[in-house]
Design a protein around this ligand. Sequence first.
Ligand code: DX5
Ligand code: ZN
Length: 214
Amino acid sequence: MIKISPSVLTADFLSLADDIKRLESAGVDMLHLDVMDGIFVPNISFGVPVIKSIRKHSNIPLDVHLMIDRPHRYIKEFAAVSDWLGFHYEAGSDNAELLKEIRELGCKSCITIKPCTQPEEIYDLLELCDMVLVMSVEPGFGGQKFMPDALEKLSKLRDEINRRNLTVEIEVDGGINAETAPMAINAGATVLVAGNYIFSADDMSERVREIKSL
Ligand code: DX5
Ligand code: ZN
């Protein structure tokens, strides 16, 4: 069963509590929270205090996507408010150590690759991951177009994970809609992030059901 993790990046933050309730009743599996520091990516979003408030309003597992430079510096603070916690392979931390630390702190661990990174580069980290995240846009902004190069990366990761009999979710993030979601699923993704496609809709629940039924 495909999991859906709506990204709140393009939401209206003042109506977030209501939107989250609606998403909860629509049966979303996780809530994707994009943390940006203006250094690792050219945009600034939100940090721990906002995630803490979301936690108070919802029981949906929180899927935190750190787009910050040297993420090890803040990992304890984010682990305290996350269920799934992911950071970028390219962000300048010791990746293996950080994945281990995330698990020790009680979260599911996730490593994320940008469009410039090949999946083979993370093969030796797969045992330490509960999820891998393949970016299908350049990280930093919602509402961008899906990059089809991501499909081959998803397939390679799917093959490697199956070949080694590992239990690792494969998440895809960026430009997911009714047209790109089936392609990502066919290539091996098990968790779909969708921001704009859900939050720009008049009926968010309908969009969630549409994607979940694929
Ligand atoms: C981009 C973020 C995404 C973004 C996805 O850097 O990581 O999670 O919010 O938004 P859409 O689905 O609009 O591409
Ligand atoms: Zn994201």
